[in-house]
Structure formats: C-alpha cells, structure tokens
Design a protein around this ligand. Structure first.
Ligand code: ADP
Length: 372
C-alpha cells in the first residue's frame, strides 16, 4: 500500500450502497480511508481529476454514463492507460461487461450482491498496490528515456568536438607521409602510414556516430514516398561510393508507395545496399535483388544478397551499435550501419530483421507502413 490514508472516490448514485461501502471500508484495520463521493459520472470525473485518488469505486450503472465510458474518459490521452486504481461495481447481470471493463483499464470488479467486507478490502488493496507498481514502472521508464537522451546528446557533442582535432592529426600525418617520406626510414614510414589509417578509421566512426545520433534529433516528417524512385537514387549513390560498378542490382518493377520519411528511408536502404556490396567473398561479384510485397497496411521490402551470410545466432546482435562480425582487415566498417537501419525503421513505426538467403547470402527485410 502506498499511502497510510488512501483517498477513495465513491462514484455511486445509490446512497444506501454508498453507506454500505463506507461501513465496510471503516472495518479495515490496516488503513484509514479518506472518502469523497459523487452520484453521477460527469461529476465523478471532475472529482477524480481534482482529487487524484488512490482508488475509485465505480458503479457500472450510473444515471448519465456507464462505467466503460467513464474509464475511456479517464484514460491518459498519451498512452490510453487509466492512471488510477479502479474497482468496478456491477449487478449480477453485468458480469460480461465487467470483464470488458478490466480490458479497458479497471483493476478489478465486484458483483454488488456478492460483496463482503473481506472481498471489498482485498480488491481495493490489490488495485492500489498494482497501480502503484505500474506508476513506479512508468516513472522508471521515463527516467531511463531521459538518461538515454542525455547519453545520446553527450555522444553527439563528443563526436562533434573530436572531429576538428582529429582532422588536424589526419591532415598533418598525411603531410608527413607525403612530403617528408625521404627523411624517414622504413619503420618510420610504416608508423606514419599506421597513424593515417587509424585516423581515417576514426573519422569514419565519428561520421557514422554523428549520423546515428542525428536521427534522434531531427523531426520525423511522414509523407507518401515512391519507393522505386528513392531506391533508384540510393542504388546509384551506393554504386558510386562502393566502386560497385560490376555489381548486379535488380529492383522489382512494381514497388509500392510507403508512408515514411524520405531521409530515413534513404538511410535505411543506403546502409543495407552498402553492406550487401561489401560482405561478399573475395573475387565474387555482388548480386543484389530488391523486391517488395504488400500485406494489409504494411509493405515489406526485401534486400537479398549472394554474400558471405550471417550465422543465425548473430541475427539480433548485428543490429546493436558497434557490433561487427569481422575484423577491419577483412571488411572495413564501423559497426554503426545496421544500428542506424534499426533506429530509422522503428522511428517510422516499422521493423527490420534478417533471414538466410535461398541458397547463400542473406535477406534483410524492412517492414514499413503502407499508404493504403
Ligand atoms: P559495418 O558494416 O560498418 O561493420 P553494420 O552495423 O552495417 O556495420 O553491420 C554489422 C555487422 O553485420 C557487419 O560488421 C557484418 O559482420 C555483418 N553484416 C551486415 N550486413 C551483412 C551482409 N549483408 N552480409 C553479411 N554480413 C553482414
């Protein structure tokens, strides 16, 4: 129990019933309740919003609105949850509706004719405890979300501030490598080229980290997007950047529209196609097929490759930030691409997952809301 003197709102039009409930509640040896009472739903709602009680005893059959409407009115607009402990009081014939009330957010219900002091107090104790626990969890979730945002902001600021000094180190070490190589012996040259390589890798990580954190900072702008048009542009860019001129990339003629943010959609497919071009065995030319199917209100897009494949036990892990399955010497990368894909997809209200390819390679699926 959260409070020593829990507040209870009795929303009940029958004065005799109210009297009985009050009498039962006075028998509670653990707690002393503070009572508030109203006879109609309209007034009851105002009372509950003003008092913010620990528990509401709600008659299902009120003269103006019924118990279910009362719960709907009481629900928090942001998450649809009823923020109070509600015990619904019903007649014998209302039992089916009472179960509906539980689904709509009431913690419990009691049939008036079967009520005893024992089952009333037990229902109230349980309802208050469960609601307090849910409030604690919600509070905890909000705190975690806030901490997460702070960490993201910190990562963004850090990445941003590291960029300038890193570019200076990269630039000067490249000057040493190019203009002073005659002054260095072989070991010196080797060291300087290692410095340049490490700096370029760090520069890539910082760029990717900035893209990752930026996703959270910019507003998501949803609108109907012509997938085919977006994908043709993305494919062109990926080919250019990854020197993938030889690769075969086929795109289904029929690509449905999706409802999304064009920038996020581009980021999702840029990373997936870039990976499909990268993770092929040495000497093999990448073959990528992009297709889509519409199901109900969603569109599922598949990016299939003939690459090295992914062990099934890594299917979850690869979507976490900085998780790589290969060393930089084999396949260069930062381990941020799929984390961007996952975050962008979730911001669009979609999902991403991976399955094995039909023969070899992998199939990445992205499910996005359709326009239908
Ligand atoms: P990066 O490619 O920069 O390493 P990602 O987050 O894009 O980072 O990918 C994480 C890891 O998942 C990669 O290091 C690679 O091991 C694996 N991976 C991603 N895409 C594919 C793919 N199409 N085929 C095989 N492995 C892949």
């Amino acid at each position: 129990m959260t409070e020593k003197n829990p507040t209870i709102c009795l929303i009940e039009d029958n004065p005799e019933d109210r009297e009985v409930f009050r009498r039962y509640l006075l028998q509670d040896t653990d707690y002393q309740y503070q009572f508030y009472e109203e006879e109609t739903g309209e007034k009851g709602l105002i009372l509950c919003r003003t008092v913010q009680p620990d528990c509401i005893l709600l008659d299902y059959n009120l003269p103006d609105i019924d118990g279910l409407e009362f719960l709907t009115e009481l629900a928090d607009e942001s998450n649809g949850l009823v923020p109070y402990a509600v015990v619904m009081l019903t007649g014998l014939q209302d039992e089916g509706t009472a179960l509906q009330a539980i689904k709509s957010g009431a913690q419990d219900y009691l049939v008036k004719a079967e009520m005893t002091p024992g089952n009333l107090l037990r229902a109230i104790h349980n309802a208050i405890e469960r609601t307090a626990m849910r409030r604690d969890l919600e509070q905890h979730r909000r705190e975690l979300e806030k901490k997460n945002q702070e960490i993201q902001a910190f990562a963004y600021a850090l990445a941003h501030d590291l960029r300038a000094p890193l570019r200076a180190i990269t630039g000067f070490s490249q000057i040493v490598a190019n203009d002073y190589s005659t002054d260095l012996d072989e070991t010196g040259k080797h060291y300087v080229s290692n410095i340049v390589r490490a700096c370029l890798q760090m520069d890539r990580i910082i760029d990717d980290l900035l893209s990752y954190t930026r996703i959270e900072h910019r507003a998501v702008r949803l609108k109907p997007v012509m997938l085919r048009y977006s994908l043709l542009q993305v494919i062109e860019n990926c080919r250019r950047q990854a020197n993938g001129e030889d690769a075969s990339i086929t795109l289904d003629e029929r690509m449905p529209m999706v409802y999304g943010d064009p920038t996020l959609i581009n980021q999702i497919f840029m990373n997936l196609i870039d990976n499909a071009l990268t993770y092929v065995p040495p000497g093999v030319i990448a073959e990528i097929k992009i297709s889509a199917r519409e199901e109900k209100s969603f569109v599922t897009i598949c990016v299939e490759d003939n690459g090295i494949g992914i062990p099934p036990k890594q299917y979850e892990r690869i979507f976490a930030i900085f998780q790589r399955l290969h060393g930089d010497d084999l396949y260069p990368g930062t381990g941020i691409g799929l984390a961007i894909v996952k975050k962008a997809t979730e911001l669009l209200g979609g999902q991403v997952w991976v399955e094995p390819g039909p023969e070899q390679g992998s199939r990445f699926f992205v499910r996005l809301p359709g326009t239908g």
